[in-house]
Write a protein that binds this ligand. Structure first.
Ligand code: DX5
Ligand code: ZN
Length: 216
């Protein structure tokens, strides 16, 4: 099963509620929410109040991607704000096992992300406990970049390990993905596909999402 998770970062911030409604009606599965702190990544996006507010009217799965230092400090607050899946960065967290346990105790799905320079091996020990792994296909921080093809090798390694061991873990990819290159990431083994620019900036998001499913 392929899940499409449009990234709010590419939406028109002047009318977020309407933008989210538009994407929900277009057939998205998740809403990807990129939280940036200006420290872990050189950019600042949005945080708790925006997520809390969108939660009131949106029925999509909230897929929260925390690009913040020491994410364990904020896991509970994002859970309370309405996150369904909480992804934190391996590079930003002192004790990933404890953060995973905390997210799961809060009744949410736990996910670790690795940036392009971090090897796949970093996440393998955590796979039995994880609901999802996010393999970044661009350097985190900005939308609208091009996919780095070398990152797909890591998707293949993680997919092989999940399948060989029968783990119940999705693989998400994020950055530079559209209906034109989605087959690259799904063939490598990814099944949760983030797309910011491709979906939110499309003249016909419904068709774009359909094309993504068709081409996956
Ligand atoms: C980048 C973010 C992505 C970004 C993807 O740091 O994690 O979710 O919004 O945007 P596109 O699909 O435009 O590359
Ligand atoms: Zn993201």
């Amino acid at each position: 099963m392929i899940y499409i998770s449009p990234s709010l970062l590419a939406a028109d911030f002047n009318c977020l509620g309407a933008e989210v409604k538009r994407i929900e009606e277009a057939g998205a599965d998740y809403l990807h929410l990129d939280v940036m702190d200006g420290v872990f990544v050189p950019n600042i996006s949005f945080g708790l109040p925006v997520i809390e507010s969108l939660r009131k009217t949106c029925g999509l799965v909230f897929d929260v991607h925390l690009m913040i230092t020491k994410p364990e400090r904020y896991v509970e607050r994002f859970a309370n704000a309405g996150a369904d899946i909480i992804t934190f960065h391996y590079e930003a967290c002192d004790d990933p096992a404890a953060a995973i346990a905390n997210i799961k105790e809060l009744g949410k799905k736990a996910s670790i992300s690795i940036s392009p320079k971090t090897p796949a091996e970093a996440v393998l020990p955590f796979l039995p406990e994880l609901d999802m792994v996010l393999v970044m296909t661009v350097e985190p921080g900005f939308g609208g970049q091009s996919l780095i093809p070398e990152t797909l090798e890591k998707v293949k390694i993680i997919r092989k390990t999940i399948d060989e061991n029968g783990y119940n873990c999705n693989i998400q990819v994020d950055g530079g993905i559209s209906e034109k290159n989605i087959s690259l990431v799904t063939e490598a083994g990814a099944n949760v596909i983030v797309a910011g620019t491709a979906v939110f900036r499309s003249p016909d998001p419904k068709k774009t999402i359909e094309d993504m499913r068709k081409n996956s």
